[in-house]
Ligand binder design. Structure first.
Ligand code: COA
Length: 248
């Protein structure tokens, strides 16, 4: 479900569950986390490229999994928490290629990427509050820092959809690419991989700022998020989505 390959210093991580709009399961989060973690110690991995399929980057966390988390004492030991920590601790630059829907963590994980390419048909949405939840993946810190409070509020609290153009204006996307967006993302990833790796990793670290502050925010978000997963309004929203899909 995560298709992985390594060539020319670029580790490609393809989200590959198209029949479920690439909704991320625990297994997928574990694979992604493992790939980032092992990449930190592998000199052959000079850049990561995260991509999906035409028309779908990812529909976010699998909602069935969310339902199964409800009632647990916390999310701290889950694959999703491991993945978020791996994003924070990641060393090599990450390039993302979005061609279509990027929902929930599909949008917020982009805040940890260094170059984001999107096709014009891409749509970015973070409906956390509509689901009775709060923004995650450090987005409550990184979002306002990147795009200012007003736009971050619109995206992360109001749950408004951002077009590719609007996401680029907000600084979430580097380039909106007409034509082969994945080729553009891969070319950029290869360019990064060709640079002196140590200088690149150190420069990235300097630009990304204080990892401990981000890490603390991610943990705080995980705690609040977990405490809301069992709220009746949240479970009702999840069940409404699931029952729509099963036709019950
Ligand atoms: N979790 C679990 N399954 C999901 C999913 C998710 N986040 N997103 C989509 N799917 C599944 C659907 O249940 C459906 O499965 P089925 O064919 O077995 O019924 C399949 O993927 C196709 O999705 P569908 O809703 O029919 O496609 P669509 O083109 O009409 O709509 C979306 C696509 C992404 C807009 C819509 O599926 C959606 O809103 N998904 C939920 C997004 C979300 O709220 N994510 C959580 C963010 S915190």
């Amino acid at each position: 479900m995560i298709r992985k390959s390594l060539a020319d210093g670029v580790q490609t991580l393809r989200l590959d569950r198209p029949e479920k709009k690439n909704a991320l399961t625990g297994e997928m989060y574990s694979d992604l986390a493992e790939s980032l973690e092992t990449g930190n110690d592998d000199p052959q991995v000079r850049c990561h490229l995260i991509c999906g399929h035409p028309e779908v980057f990812t529909a976010g966390n699998d909602i069935g999994d969310f339902l199964s988390y409800a009632g647990r004492s916390g999310l701290s030991e889950t694959p999703v928490a491991r993945f978020l920590r791996a994003l924070v601790r990641n060393r090599a630059p990450i390039v993302a290629c979005v061609d279509g829907i990027a929902i929930g963590v599909g949008t917020t994980l982009l805040l940890h990427c260094d170059m984001v390419f999107a096709s014009p048909r891409s749509v970015f949405r973070a409906p956390f509050v509509d689901l009775g939840l709060v923004p995650e993946a450090g987005s409550s810190l990184l979002g306002p820092a990147l795009m200012g409070h007003a736009r971050a509020f619109e995206l992360l609290c109001l749950g408004k959809s951002f077009s590719a153009e609007k996401a680029a204006l907000a600084g979430l996307v580097n380039d909106v690419v007409e034509g082969d967006v994945e080729a553009a993302a891969l070319a950029c990833a290869r360019e990064i991989a060709d640079k002196p790796p140590e200088a690149m990793a150190l420069s990235r670290k300097l630009l990304r700022g204080d990892m401990d502050v981000l890490s603390e925010r991610v943990e705080e978000e995980i705690r609040i998020f977990a405490s809301h997963l069992s709220a009746p309004e949240t479970i009702a929203a999840f069940e409404a989505f699931m029952s729509k899909k099963t036709g019950s």
